[in-house]
Design a protein around this ligand. Structure first.
Ligand code: 3HC
Length: 303
């Protein structure tokens, strides 16, 4: 990742053992970048089947990195040797940092933070959430150590995108923020931006209204999905169009983010359009289910 060895060494004493909760799109990516940075990683998934699928996701992404010439085969092996997937949350007890990347559901996340607070032994361990839209304060309030709870928000695909949003709550300590920023910058080699604890932070506050506008444009029959995407790719040099990006994020996740932002701001700008809701109800979730605004059944699932 191009991190100077001296910088990495200075920070590595503090955080060596990382836990990741959830091995979906984001959790798998976060586990992968931590393992590639040489950290000891334990990932939690609910049940053996999901744990197996999570490990397969990490392996597939490492393989893609090798195919693209971003990763030596020997580093792929080393990274895999650093990751263990478990269905027992208690195995995260000895971690220095836990990054929660479970489903974007407030009840689930609040319960997880209460549980992590009980489980994680190190007094000053960092308890981070990859939430895109839920208040960090609510997660901190579920623990007895809100000073150590912080938002650390990655972007999908995590091994490719170099940004992390750092989101302290009203009670997060400056030490926690400095440790989280030092870790992301010097150990993971990613660029940090800071945001206040408001739904959507910086990137989703701008991105989600744009994606919802594209869905409303399709819904109203104004233009086809292909033309909307081509318009933004060729007209604005975006790497992918808004409907393709919605399919990459996952339409269920996009809906959950939009609903959380709508709940925070009460602004119709963030209200998920009926077409998006119907597609989620139909199980058309984007790449991960094989079909969203585009059909992926013929191509490889996931990126
Ligand atoms: N490890 C390392 N590098 C990898 C990799 C891996 N596993 N997989 C791919 N790469 C590299 C490739 O080598 C390539 O690098 P290069 O440009 O130096 O050759 C680069 O990533 C692009 O990969 P591909 O050529 O395989 O694929 P595309 O060119 O089709 O790009 C894409 C795919 C990276 C998804 C690109 O379309 C993109 O960046 N799209 C926008 C994604 C985006 O906006 N994400 C943010 C979503 S919002 C979010 O996550 C927040 C959440 O809260 C919703």
């Amino acid at each position: 990742t191009g991190v100077p060895a001296s910088d990495a060494a200075e920070h590595e004493g503090d955080i060596r053992r990382v836990g990741v909760v959830g091995c979906g799109l984001m959790g798998a990516g976060i586990a992968e970048v931590c393992a590639r940075a040489g950290l000891d990683v334990v990932v939690h998934e609910v049940g053996e089947e999901a744990a197996g699928a999570g490990l397969a996701r990490i392996t597939a992404s490492l393989d893609r990195g090798v195919r693209r010439g971003k990763l030596a085969a020997v580093d792929r092996e080393a990274a895999l040797g650093h990751v263990r997937v478990t269905s027992d949350l208690a195995e995260l007890s000895d971690r220095d940092l836990v990054v929660e990347a479970a489903t974007e559901d407030e009840g689930v996340k609040v319960e997880l933070f209460a549980e992590l607070d009980r489980i994680v032994e190190r007094e000053d361990a960092l308890l981070a959430s990859n939430t895109s839209s839920l208040p960090i304060m609510k997660l901190g309030a579920a623990t007895r150590r809100p000073r150590q709870v912080i938002g650390v928000h990655f972007f999908n695909p995590v091994p490719v995108l170099d940004l992390v949003e750092i989101v302290p709550s009203l009670l997060t300590s400056p030490e926690t923020q400095a440790r989280a920023e030092g870790f992301v910058t010097h150990v993971l080699g990613k660029k940090v931006i800071r945001a206040q604890d408001r739904a959507g932070f910086v990137v989703n506050a701008l991105l989600v209204p744009y994606l919802l506008s594209a869905i409303r444009m399709l819904e109203s029959g104004f233009a086809s999905a292909e033309d909307i995407d081509t318009g933004m790719v060729l007209g604005c040099a975006h790497p992918m169009g808004p409907l393709s990006l919605a399919d990459l994020i996952g339409l269920d996740t996009l809906t959950a983010i939009a609903e959380a932002m709508y709940a925070d701001f009460k602004d119709p700008l963030y209200a998920p359009p009926p077409l998006l809701l119907r597609m989620v109800e139909a199980g058309l979730l984007g790449r991960k289910s094989g079909r969203g605004f585009h059909d992926f059944s013929a191509s490889q699932k996931g990126h």
